[in-house]
Ligand binder design. Structure first.
Ligand code: PLP
Length: 440
């Protein structure tokens, strides 16, 4: 393997969501990826405990995707998406519409989860405007939710640290999260707390339904550390939205394409939203891409109010919406998901993963463990006055011992590839257990 030497000068790059000063003093560099592993610049093999950033469920280095991308690069490297079509975008939209639950059969392409979140918010607000209720602008999210970093998603999101530096966002309010001490160490969806959904009624009463465009939630909150909806909670959220005619948006940037053991989180929870946002696994992480799925009635509302035929019904889009190379990567990914039975593989590995992650119970500072499908988190006691410090230290220890995991706040987060074997899961949690035993 050709292992690259890291550059000496790390100064110019301003790294995203990274402790830049610590990193530049203690660089962690990866230079190659294959299957469920990364190779570091000093030639070590690390087990990839998070599928990159929740996005490479099919495993790294899939030749089918690489070939599709290379072929498309040569055939047509770029195509404008405004007023001009290219076949792959239509084909991919049809394939996604077929997979989607309910009648979510219209697809708008973006380039990331953050763009999908903001596109979904614009769709919801625009929908009410074209339906003659332009005062319905507010979007209700949840505490600890993550909907990306653009202004819409940031405002509806509920991670304080991602918001307070940046000033005013869009008009949003927040329901409470569903992280309850009573549910600590639950396996799968927790038992207690479905009544938290009733707090949506209070928020609606406060603002009046006539001002609310949509409720936006993740099927489970990934970035905050796999915070799960209690049994029955999401069904109740759907009922309350229906009662007041409020649109329900599921942010499935993490849960889309099999992470829960179902194709979409919507199917895992038995709840069909009006809009679904996607990204990450849509191309197995290879090429940036996102998508927003909307129902027939949302799409039709824009078409019916669209004015003269030459007029643009939804004035929104990106230079790279439906990029042909990203479409080729996504189509190849969907083929791999199907041919390898990846959703079923994720479902099959999930019980083993559940036992493995819960085996960490009782290790130093572990105060909660949560899991659903092939996603899980270990919550650690906070070092007084230093939020996130303990999880960061364990993340670094895992790196040193041979595992890439994610730390977020006081949690360690896990999302192995769907192609992982039980031996990969054992190796991952063996390293995490060793790191936790050394945790002070
Ligand atoms: C639920 C959810 N929405 C949106 C995003 C933002 O996606 P991106 O980083 O591709 O903009 C993420 C990223 O982790 C996410 O987990």
């Amino acid at each position: 393997m050709n292992v690259m030497t890291p550059p000496n000068d790390l100064a110019a790059l301003w790294m995203p969501f990274t402790a830049n000063r610590y990193f530049k003093a203690h660089p962690r560099m990866i230079v190659a990826a294959k299957g469920c592993t990364y190779t570091t610049s000093d030639g070590r093999t690390l087990v990839d405990g998070l599928s990159g950033l929740w996005c490479t469920g099919a495993g790294h280095g899939r030749p089918e995707i690489a070939q599709a991308v290379a072929q498309q690069m040569t055939a047509m490297d770029y195509a404008p998406g405004f007023q001009i079509g290219q076949p792959l975008a239509f084909e991919l939209a049809n394939r996604l519409a077929e997979l989607a639950p309910g009648n979510l059969d219209h697809v708008f392409f973006t380039n990331s989860g953050s763009e999908s979140a903001d596109t979904a918010i614009k769709m919801a607000r625009g929908y009410w405007r074209v339906k003659g209720e332009p005062q319905r602008m507010k979007v209700i999210g949840r505490a600890k939710a993550y909907h990306g970093v653009n202004f819409g998603g940031m405002s509806v999101g509920g991670i304080a640290g991602n918001r307070k530096m940046f000033g005013g966002g869009i008009d949003a309010d927040h329901m409470p999260h569903t992280l309850l001490a009573a549910n600590a160490f639950s396996k799968g969806l927790p038992k207690f707390g479905a009544e938290k959904a009733e707090e949506l009624e209070d928020i609606i009463a406060l603002h009046d339904a006539s001002t609310i465009a949509a409720v936006m939630v993740e099927p489970f909150s990934g970035s905050a550390g796999v915070i799960l909806p209690p049994v029955g909670y999401m069904k109740r959220i759907r009922e309350i939205c229906d009662k007041y005619g409020i649109l329900l948006i599921f942010d499935e940037v993490i849960t889309g394409f099999g992470r829960t053991g179902h194709m979409f989180g919507a199917q895992a929870l038995g709840v069909t939203p009006d809009i679904i946002t996607l990204a990450k696994m849509i191309t197995n992480g290879t090429i940036p891409m996102g998508a927003v799925l909307a129902t027939e009635s949302i799409y039709n509302a824009f078409m019916e109010a669209g004015g003269p035929e030459h007029a643009i019904e939804f004035p929104h889009g990106y230079t790279y919406s439906g990029h042909p190379v990203a479409c080729a990567a996504a189509l190849a990914t969907l083929d791999v998901i199907k041919s390898d039975g990846l959703v079923a593989r994720a479902a099959k590995l999930a019980p083993y993963f559940e036992e493995a992650i819960h085996s960490l119970k009782g290790l130093p500072h572990v105060e909660d463990i949560r899991n659903f499908g092939l996603a899980g988190a270990v919550q650690l006691e906070e070092v007084p006055g230093l939020p996130g410090k303990r999880a960061f230290d364990v993340f670094q220890k895992c790196w040193d011992k041979g595992a890439y995991v994610r730390c977020g706040g006081n949690t360690l987060q896990f999302a192995p590839a769907f192609v992982a074997e039980t031996a990969d899961v054992d190796r991952l949690f063996g390293i995490v257990a060793d790191a936790l035993k050394e945790s002070v």
